[in-house]
Each structure stands twice: as structure tokens, then as C-alpha cells.
Design a protein around this ligand. Structure first.
Ligand SMILES: Cc1ncc(COP(=O)(O)O)c(C=O)c1O
Length: 389
């Protein structure tokens, strides 16, 4: 085989999709599997959004549109940003994209050159590492500690800023630990970005899924005019993972270049999807509010169940829909734990080390699943632990 590119040589992709494939194989063999591996809400997408999409298709809204996104969508997104974050971005500050993942790629491709440094945390959402490596950038990973509730300590951040640093990439509420950064910490992080003149990428895909404190976005400091970029999509907050739709908000100059990257690689986002997403934003939010309060109840349930099992412990996630379980006392490493739990007891989970070295000894459980399944999974996990004794 001829050699392929260096940038794809070690590309890891999103390994949890491989667990999903394995879990589906076992299901096809007739095994009962409880899926706690992928961060995908078990709720259907809002019915009015589905209807709107069908109508748009019937009306023939199926052609190329402008690369940066429809004005209708942008107006709705700007209004929502005003309600949630206290400022109204201009249309030139918004780019409509296919989900949040690609926003991180477009943004890093626009702001950094090979060899430049991007600071983020470890563990982190798997795509961060893949995108950073793919673009030939240098990821600087600050280890998060369970003793600090997996929160980024701004003092640790300043220590790793160098002349090569281009951006800080933060994520609150955090995947995979559910930690949330408060207003004071966010302000400290923003102040460092300002002091060293860095971009601050704030991945807020779980911004609505917050169970304790109020959500604070650093964008409320500079209104995305100077350095803050809000990474956001409809995947989690509107139970629309398969629609591939989102909007990134940032400084006009940056968004203009990102638009060119999108136009080059993707031409535009399907117009019927944009219309459906507009419907999601402007219609009554009660469906989504109910989903989030259900997630809170599930969080409380899974936290209680897992903490009562011998050798397992976890801190209470303050946001998102993940429980990051410390399995160190079982004596198994996280990959073996996760594999055996799937093969022997039919519970699909994600090893913590997939999210980085500091995730070793942890397993991520996604609780975007019914209470009934959470209870059954807990019984199966307890039986697995009993088998180990
Ligand atoms: C922190 C974080 N950012 C971004 C994404 C990507 O979301 P999207 O489906 O909108 O591409 C995910 C998906 O799991 C995530 O957890």
C-alpha cells in the first residue's frame, strides 16, 4: 500500500463510535444491551421541528444557499444569544455550520498554523485532540483532578501559556466529567486570554444542561467582538444530533475567514435543515425544558445508584449528561472494565482514557437514557463487580 498522509497516520476519530458498533453487533446476536456509551439524548427531536423540515422539503427548499447561513436563522440565533448571554451578535459574527465538531476544526484551521499551541484540558472531548493533531498544531493539555471536581484551575493555565500559544479551548459544562466553571473562574480565564492576547474558544454545546449553578459564558464579557468564540449546536440541547446543525459566534474578522473555509469544504448547510432549526429556536421551549429537568432527575438517580456500588465512586456532575466513575478500586484498567462490562453484562460505556491520560481509571456513563434503563444498568454493573470479588 502506498503511504498515506502524515496527518491521518495517527488519526483516532471518535473511538466511542467503535464501541457503539461493537454493542450493535452484540445486539444483532440477540444480546440485550443498555447503551450508556454515546452522548445522544434518547428524546425524539421536537415534533414541530420535524414537521417544519418536511414542509420545507415539500416546498422545494432544497437548493444551494449562501455559505454563511440564512438571515432568518441568524436573526433567531442572535435573539436567543441575547436571552441566554445578554448580547445580540451581528449577522457577520454568526456562521451556520453542520454541528459543533466542524466549528472547532474551522476555527483552529483559521487561527493557527502548524506548530502553534492550543491549550485545553485533559480529559477532554475526543475530537479536540484529533483536530489539533490533524492540523499539525501542538496540544497543551492541563490535567484535571477529581479532587478539584475536574475544574480547570486558572493558575495552572497561566503556567503553560507561551509565545506560541494561539488559543485556549474550554468546555463548560464539560464532557466527559460534567464539571461546570463558575463566573469567577471564567472571568479569570478570560483575563488571561486578554493579558496574553489569545483567542478563547468556549465550547458551550451543553450550556443549557446545567443542574446547579447558573450558566456563565465568557462571551458575556466581550460579546464575541475581541476574542471569545462560542462553539454551539443543536445536537444536545434540542435532541437533534443527527440533523448536523449549529451556529458559531465570534469576532467578525474571524467568522469571515471561517465562512470561506466552510464555503470551500461544504458549500452551505442544507436550507431545509436551517429552517427547521429556526423553528426549534423560535417555538415554545417547554419540550426542551422538560427534557432537561428529566435529565436532572436521571442524574440524581444514577449518581445515587453508582455511588452505592462497592469499589465505585463518582462526584455529582453539575451539567451535561455524563457520570465520570472512578473504577480504580476494582483493580481493572478502564478499557478492560468497559470491554468486560459490555461483553459479559451488556452495558456499553466509554473508557475514561479515550478522553486523555487523566481519564485513566475512570469510565464515562451517559445518562441520556430512561430511568428504567439506568436502574437495570446499575443492577448489571453491581453484578459485574460481584463477579470480580
Ligand atoms: C464537548 C463537545 N463539543 C462538541 C461536540 C460535537 O457536537 P456536534 O454533534 O454538534 O458536532 C460534542 C459531542 O459529543 C461534545 O461533547
Amino acid at each position: 500500500m502506498r503511504k498515506l498522509s502524515r496527518s491521518t497516520e495517527n488519526l483516532a476519530g471518535q473511538k466511542m463510535f467503535q464501541i457503539l458498533t461493537r454493542a450493535k453487533e452484540l445486539e444483532n446476536q440477540g444480546k440485550s444491551i443498555i447503551h450508556l456509551e454515546i452522548g445522544d439524548p434518547d428524546f425524539e427531536s421536537p415534533p414541530n421541528v420535524v414537521e417544519k423540515c418536511i414542509q420545507e422539503l415539500r416546498d422545494g427548499n432544497t437548493h444551494y444557499v449562501s455559505a454563511s447561513g440564512s438571515e432568518e436563522f441568524k436573526a433567531a440565533a442572535a435573539e436567543r444569544t441575547f436571552l441566554s448571554r445578554g448580547f445580540k451578535p451581528s449577522f457577520e459574527q454568526i456562521l451556520v455550520t453542520q454541528g459543533a465538531n466542524i466549528q472547532i476544526f474551522y476555527c483552529l484551521a483559521t487561527i493557527a498554523d502548524p506548530g502553534d499551541e492550543i491549550i485545553t484540558v485533559d480529559p477532554c472531548f475526543v475530537s479536540y485532540r484529533s483536530i489539533i493533531d490533524f492540523l499539525g498544531l501542538k496540544g497543551i493539555y492541563i490535567p484535571l483532578q477529581e479532587s478539584n471536581h475536574f475544574k480547570l484551575d486558572p493558575n495552572e493555565l497561566e503556567k503553560v501559556i507561551s509565545s506560541k500559544t494561539k488559543a485556549i479551548l474550554i468546555n463548560s459544562p464539560h464532557n466527559p466529567t460534567g464539571s461546570v466553571l463558575g463566573e469567577a473562574e471564567m472571568k479569570q480565564i478570560y483575563a488571561l486570554a486578554e493579558k496574553y492576547d489569545l483567542f478563547l474558544l468556549s465550547d458551550e454545546v451543553y450550556g443549557r444542561m446545567i443542574f446547579e449553578e447558573n450558566f456563565f459564558s465568557p462571551s458575556s464579557i466581550d460579546h464575541c467582538k475581541d476574542r471569545t468564540v462560542i462553539i454551539h449546536s443543536f445536537s444536545k440541547s434540542y435532541a437533534m444530533t443527527g440533523w448536523r446543525i449549529g451556529a458559531v459566534t465570534g469576532p467578525e474578522k474571524l467568522i469571515k475567514k471561517m465562512t470561506l473555509v466552510l464555503e470551500t469544504l461544504n458549500s452551505c448547510v442544507p436550507p431545509f435543515i436551517q429552517s427547521a432549526a429556526t423553528e426549534a429556536i423560535i417555538s415554545d421551549q417547554i419540550y426542551i425544558k422538560n427534557m432537561i429537568s428529566e435529565f436532572k432527575e436521571r442524574r440524581d438517580l444514577i449518581y445515587k445508584c453508582i455511588n452505592s456500588i462497592d469499589f465505585l465512586s463518582c462526584i455529582k456532575p453539575e451539567g451535561a449528561f455524563y457520570l465520570f466513575v472512578n473504577i480504580k478500586e476494582t483493580g481493572l484498567n478502564d478499557v478492560t472494565f468497559s470491554q468486560r462490562l459490555l461483553d459479559e453484562h451488556g452495558v456499553a460505556t466509554c473508557p475514561g482514557s479515550y478522553f486523555g491520560k487523566s481519564g485513566e481509571g475512570y469510565v464515562r456513563l451517559c445518562f441520556a437514557n430512561s430511568k428504567k434503563n439506568i436502574l437495570s444498568a446499575s443492577v448489571r454493573i453491581e453484578n459485574f463487580i460481584k463477579d470480580l470479588k
